[in-house]
Ligand binder design. Structure first.
Ligand SMILES: [Zn+2]
Length: 82
C-alpha cells in the first residue's frame, strides 16, 4: 500500500506506525502536482484541437475584431488652434 501522503510503500502491518518523511512527502506532492499540470496541458491541447476548441478560438478572434469594428468611429479631437 503506498502511503497517500508521501507515496512510500508501507507494509499494511506497519501502516499505523508509518510516519511520513517530510522531504519525501514534498517530493511526492510536487510529483503529483507536475503530473496534474502536464495532464492539464494535454487536456488544453486536446480541447484546442477539438471542433469545440477550434470554434472557441475562432469566435474569440471574431469577437475581438468585430468588437472593435462595431464601436462608433472616434471623433477627431477638437484641439483649439488646429
Ligand atoms: Zn507517508
Amino acid at each position: 500500500m503506498p502511503c497517500p501522503e508521501c507515496g512510500a510503500s508501507v507494509e499494511v502491518a506497519l501502516e499505523t506506525e508509518h510516519v511520513c518523511n517530510p522531504e519525501r512527502r514534498i517530493d511526492f506532492e510536487l510529483f503529483q502536482l507536475r503530473a496534474e499540470v502536464s495532464r492539464l496541458g494535454e487536456e488544453i491541447d486536446d480541447y484546442l484541437a477539438s471542433a469545440q476548441g477550434r470554434f472557441e478560438q475562432w469566435y474569440a478572434e471574431h469577437e475581438r475584431r468585430s468588437g472593435r469594428a462595431d464601436e462608433p468611429p472616434e471623433e477627431p479631437p477638437d484641439e483649439p488652434g488646429a
